[in-house]
Each structure stands twice: as C-alpha cells, then as structure tokens.
Write a protein that binds this ligand. Structure first.
Ligand SMILES: [Ca+2]
Length: 328
C-alpha cells in the first residue's frame, strides 16, 4: 500500500494539448517508482463520469488519498469540461459530405466483463485478446471466441495504465498510456518477455504484414518495426483535408485499411494509411439502451474476425461485445 502521494502540483489546469494533459512524471522513467500525482489525476481527467467513479474507487485504495485530495481531483478534472470532455459516452461525431457514412448491422452479442476498461481488442486464432486500462486494474486476457471462456488473464503492475495491443508473430505487444513502455508478451501465456520504451503516449495498436500501426491520441499514426518496436514512419490522418485527432483503438484489416475508434465519439473511421485519408466513417451509436449507457464509458475496442466481413466491437465498461458488419 503506497502512502507517499505528492499532491503539491494539484490545483491548476495544466497547459498542453487539447486534453489539457501535462507530462506524467515517471520518476526517472522507472516503472514501479513512486506514485506521482499526475499518475492519478491526469488519467482521471481523460475519462467520462462512470470511468471517473471507477477510477476514484481505485484511487481510494491508497490511504493517502484524502478527502481534500479527492475534492481537488474533481476540481482539476473539471478543467477540461469546456474543451473536449463532453461528460457522456458516445457524444459528438464526425461529419463529411464526401465520405460514406456507414452504419452497424448487429449480428449477435456476447457478454463482456463490465469492469473491463477496454483499450485493445484483437482476434488471434480461436481467441479474443483484450487489454484494459485504469491504474490497479489493467490486465491482458485471452478467451475462447466460441465459448467466451477466459483461458488466461495477466495483470499489469498497479502503477501502469494499460492501452492497446496487437499480435505480431508469436509476440503480443501491449502499450501503456503514459509510462512510455510497450510490453512484449508470449502469445500463448501472455507472460512478459521484454519491455521497450517509446516517446509520447500510447493509445491504440494494430499489425500489418510488416509493420505495426500505433496511435497516440493525436491525428498521427506511427508505423513501427514489429520486432524492435522502433518507429519507421508516420502519417497524418485527415478528413476532407482537416486533421482527425483523438484516434484511439485500432484494427488493421487484410485489405490494408486501418480502422480507428475516435475517442469520445461513437464513430469508427476507416483510414487509408498510404495517404492518411479517412475513406469512410462508421456510425456505431445506439448499440446500448439509454439505461445501459449510464454505466459505461466510451465505445472503444474493434477486432476484425478473420475470413469474414465482421467485426467485434465493444467499449470501456460495456456489458456486451457486439458482432457486427459495417453497412451502407
Ligand atoms: Ca484492435
């Protein structure tokens, strides 16, 4: 149990990008270091009300998180309210007169752990891999596609916030949000084999034939070597010539396209990574009832089903995984 929270930097809205997020202090860049204020507060600000409640539940496990600190966190969280934090799941959407707007045909549903803060979703063989976030609750799991039975679940260190994942060969790469570390894991056991550091934030990840594609919350997709994880290029994503940022969970499909959840919307964009252009927008709103939406965060998590035109999609704290097709 950690008791050494540093609250001295709490109380101001940090300057920065549209998330209003400052740089996370990693205490010399070492994982497992002292838990910094930003580690708690800034992830908190990134998420909508239900997730914030979940995060507070996590945070209060730390004895030093006093009532004063909690109130301060709520205040700091409010800093972003006027910018992009709309406070509700699935609000906002992209518009375009030149790009097709597709819809979701639901073919089936299956249960999803409603405590899983989904950050990465991918089909590998006969299994569905999922990586989740939140401090103290991040994990990676593999479950049978047919039965839904979970075969293995590996927790991340308590002070690491998990993000997207993808399979490359016999390796599963799993990102972390602001810890600047990607975990290389054994595909079968999901056990950690190595760690590689990278610059900036980690959001979504998918694998093409000879490279990985990674998002960081901006409009930039970074291409990485699938073995070394080193960057080999990048592309800026645009819709009608304008940047599309907040690119989140990713999915690479055999036709060379990259699909991306757009954070804080129910839109999924289909991107041509050769040009960065969005070539279609999928409106995935309306999957949950109004009552079900009260308990969830945002849509996030997309996994193509190999050999079909179907995708599995879900969201953070969603009760279901939806088996869908994207249609006109
Ligand atoms: Ca995916």
């Amino acid at each position: 149990m950690r008791t050494d929270l540093d609250l001295t930097e709490v109380g101001q809205c940090p300057a920065g990008n549209h998330h209003g997020l400052g740089q996370q202090r990693t205490h010399g860049g070492k994982l497992g270091g002292r838990l910094g204020t930003h580690t708690l507060i800034l992830p908190y600000r990134r998420h909508t009300a239900p997730a914030r409640a979940a995060m507070l539940a996590t945070v209060t496990r730390y004895r030093a998180f006093s009532l004063v600190a909690a109130v301060t966190a709520l205040t700091v969280g409010g800093c972003a309210a006027g910018s992009v934090d709309t406070g509700s799941a699935g609000s906002g959407s992209l518009t375009s007169s030149s790009v097709p707007r597709l819809h979701v045909e639901v073919l089936g549903t299956s249960p999803h752990d409603p405590t899983s803060f989904t950050q990465g979703l991918e089909v590998s063989g006969a299994e569905l891999l999922e990586g989740t976030g939140l401090l103290g609750r991040s994990h990676i799991s593999a479950r049978d596609l047919g039965t839904g039975v979970e075969r293995v679940r590996v927790p991340l260190p308590d002070d690491v916030f998990g993000e997207g994942l993808t399979v490359a060969g016999d390796t599963v790469w799993q990102l972390t949000w602001r810890d600047h570390v990607a975990f290389a894991r054994d595909r079968d056991t999901l056990a950690e084999r190595a760690r590689v550091t990278y610059d900036g934030e980690g959001w979504g990840l998918c694998a093409q034939a000879n490279r990985l594609v990674m998002s960081n919350g901006s409009d930039t997709l970074t291409f990485r070597d699938p073995v070394t994880f080193q960057p080999v290029g990048s592309v800026a994503v645009t819709l009608d010539g304008k940047p599309v940022d907040r690119l989140n969970e990713l999915e690479c499909t055999p036709d060379g396209m990259v699909y991306a959840n757009v954070w804080q919307t129910s839109d999924i964009v289909r991107i041509d990574p050769a040009t960065g252009r969005v070539v279609a927008i999928v409106d995935a709103s309306g999957l949950l009832t109004a009552e079900q939406e009260k308990g969830v965060d945002v849509l996030n998590g997309i996994a193509a089903v190999p050999g079909t035109d179907r995708f599995l999609i879900t969201g953070k704290l969603y009760p279901f995984v939806f088996d869908v097709r994207f249609v006109s």
